[in-house]
Design a binder for this molecule. Structure first.
Ligand SMILES: C[S@@+](CC[C@H](N)C(=O)[O-])C[C@H]1O[C@@H](n2cnc3c(N)ncnc32)[C@H](O)[C@@H]1O
Length: 395
């Protein structure tokens, strides 16, 4: 992983915003007595109103440093991603008479545009495409990207009380705050944040904040007694619980990077999965330039499945992104392009390669499907290579 000292410098304006966010977080830290759990730091660094990475003005998504991007997501990489997802959605929408989609954290609006375009091409009606977006800046970008679908797209500030339809999210769970824990000499202690110079540093919870009974149950799944640092996902699990409570009938389809608990908490993953993205570089210092870099953790899909099932959802499928996309027809879609047309075919097949390759997004990224009150049989995206049993054996 890259050392932060070698990373490119931000513009003076971006730096000024980071300094303002740093003092905002510092004030929260002082008010809390000098220590904050990492989850609270992560929440402020990403979502402090007007200043956080997602709630402020950072560019975030893009192919390279030149367009100001820090990382690239599947719908940004290729329209084949959203078009293939749309084919899975079309199957469920037609079979079960569903015509409403809710997308969480819609980024630049590319996934929504790809899905709405493909559903229209397939002749599958979508009465409403609702976007729940925490970032005002991203909402503005989505309004421009989705201008052609103005009649269908609406923006919501919060989850509706009752949902009938499809709930969709790409790389949303990994952007939710995590708690960080370290086991040293057999004892778990929550890891948090203190002031250090002009910024912040790691600090284990002081005694007053740390009682053995507070250690989350998920950590009982960490085998052995070796020293390890890892994360628990209270925010992501609360999110899926509240989606499940509101879903009256339909499908939840989520894509993200992560593993079942047995892999997540494997002895070899001794440093956990916390990762930061800044201008296409990955590193492990969450205190570098608050507000100017993404902070993420991989998803514990066992925890997501358990919460969903505890709230009455059915686990309808879990597989790698590559399997899902191939099952749902990505290769057929690629074959519809003319291989002699180098300007369209080559970029499309290169992007497909990145979406499917084990070394890139194909294996680390997963798709999970959860349903209520619709009998899907087998969803086509999970027809071959479904690994749902790996989440259930952990459960
Ligand atoms: C890594 S970005 C992914 C964006 C987009 N889905 C894509 O694939 O390009 C994560 C997004 O999740 C959003 N997010 C995180 N927590 C959320 C929540 N509770 N509700 C809605 N959006 C959320 C963030 O604001 C951000 O837009």
């Amino acid at each position: 992983m890259q050392k932060t000292a070698s990373l490119p410098l931000p513009s003076p304006d971006a730096l000024a915003q980071s300094v303002t966010l740093t003092s905002h977080i510092g004030a929260a830290l002082d008010a809390a007595g000098g220590w904050l759990p990492f989850s609270r730091f992560m929440e402020l660094a990403l979502y402090a109103p007007g200043l956080g990475y997602y709630s402020g003005g950072a560019s975030k998504f893009g192919r390279g440093v030149a367009d100001g991007g820090d990382f690239i997501t599947a719908p940004e990489l290729s329209p084949l991603f959203g078009r293939t997802v749309a084919r899975q959605l079309a199957e469920v929408m037609e079979e079960h008479g569903l015509d409403r989609i809710i997308e969480f954290g819609a980024g630049t609006g590319q996934l929504a545009a790809q899905i709405l375009g493909e559903l229209a091409a397939l002749g599958v009606p979508c009465r409403e495409y609702a976007i729940v977006e925490l970032s005002g800046e991203l909402r503005a970008r989505q309004q421009v990207a989705l201008a052609a679908h103005a009649g269908q797209v609406v923006w919501l500030d919060a989850l509706p009380e009752r949902i009938e339809g499809i709930v969709l999210g790409n790389e949303v769970l990994d952007a939710m705050p995590v708690r960080v824990w370290a086991r040293r000499h057999g004892l778990w202690r929550e890891q948090g944040v203190r002031r250090a110079g002009d910024g912040f540093a790691w600090q284990p919870a002081p005694d007053a904040f740390s009682a053995p009974l507070d250690v989350p149950a998920a950590l009982a799944q960490v085998p052995g007694g070796h020293d390890i640092q890892t994360e628990t996902h209270e925010a992501g699990e609360a999110f899926i619980a509240s989606v499940a409570e509101r879903l009256e009938r339909g499908l939840v389809l989520l894509f993200d990077y992560g593993f079942p608990a047995a892999e997540y908490y494997h002895a070899q993953r001794e440093h956990g999965t916390l990762m930061c993205h800044y201008r296409q570089h990955a590193h492990d210092d969450p205190f570098f330039l608050p507000g100017l870099q993404d902070i993420t953790a991989h998803v514990n899909f066992t925890g997501i499945a358990q919460q969903a099932m505890a709230h009455g959802l059915t686990l309808a499928g879990y597989t790698s992104q590559a399997r899902f996309l191939m099952n749902a027809g990505l290769m057929e879609m690629l074959m519809e392009l003319d291989p002699r047309d180098a300007t369209t075919f080559l970029p499309a097949s290169n992007a497909a390669q990145r979406l499917l390759s084990e070394a890139e997004m194909g294996e680390l990224f997963k798709a999970i499907a959860l349903t209520r009150d619709i009998d899907t049989g087998t969803l086509s995206g999970f027809a071959r290579g479904d690994r749902a049993h790996r989440l259930l054996t952990d459960a």
